[in-house]
Design a protein around this ligand. Structure first.
Ligand code: MN3
Length: 219
């Protein structure tokens, strides 16, 4: 029989372990080669197992430092960790959405999402045109997004620099993200970013985007 004291100690250990849960690299919902010819197996392999994995590793390391600094009440160190948390936490969040946003199977947007896109952009084709143009025009590394604005209850196109996570930096709920870091396309598309961005629409998982819209808009 456990004594009350032993039970309390065990509960404390469980709670501490839970708060120290490490982030881990999510499994892809398809094979590395599944998105060919739009995205090559080699790019998917490197992008997922190396690039995304590094964001996860560095996020865990930054959180360890944050925990230790918080325990010590070391405010200066806590503040200094903000850029690493934003970059690696953003990288982990963005890529976790990106893999789900893509699919080798043809899918269609829900009627609700189609209506919202038509209301905001006139048509699906026009939305793709605008999202492509703004995403292709990003200077340096970043992401193009279709996001839901909970205040205006409309869908918007925005771009973010680096790994800035959409919701934390703009308040928009991410629906569809396009990674235009060179590691996402350069091995295959070289300097022609526009071709990569336009081709991405052939492998968008509209079922996933529709589910994100339903969750964000509540309808
Ligand atoms: Mn990337």
């Amino acid at each position: 029989m456990l004594t009350l004291r032993q039970l309390a100690t065990a509960a404390k250990t469980v709670a501490q372990n839970a708060s120290r849960m490490k982030h881990s690299l999510p499994e892809l919902p398809y094979e590395y080669a599944a998105l060919e010819p739009v995205i090559s197996r080699e790019i998917m392999n490197l992008h997922h197992s190396k690039h995304h994995n590094t964001y996860v590793t560095n996020l865990n390391a930054a959180e360890d430092k944050l925990r230790s600094a918080t325990e010590k009440g070391d405010i200066s160190t806590i503040i200094s960790l903000a850029p690493a948390l934003k970059f690696n936490g953003g990288g982990h969040l963005n890529h976790s959405i990106f893999w789900q946003n893509l699919s080798p199977c043809k899918t269609d947007p829900s009627p609700e999402l189609s209506t919202a896109i038509n209301n905001a952009f006139g048509s699906m084709e026009n939305m793709k045109k605008l999202l492509s143009a703004q995403t292709t025009a990003i200077q340096g590394s970043g992401w193009g997004w279709l996001g839901y604005n909970p205040t205006s209850k409309t869908i918007q196109i925005v771009t973010c620099a680096n790994q800035d996570p959409l919701q934390a930096t703009t308040g928009l709920v991410p629906l569809l993200g396009i990674d235009v870091w060179e590691h996402a396309y350069y091995l295959q598309y070289k300097n022609v970013r526009a071709d990569y961005v336009n081709a991405i629409f052939d492998i968008v998982n509209w079922k996933d985007v529709s589910e994100r819209y339903k969750k964000a808009a509540g309808c």
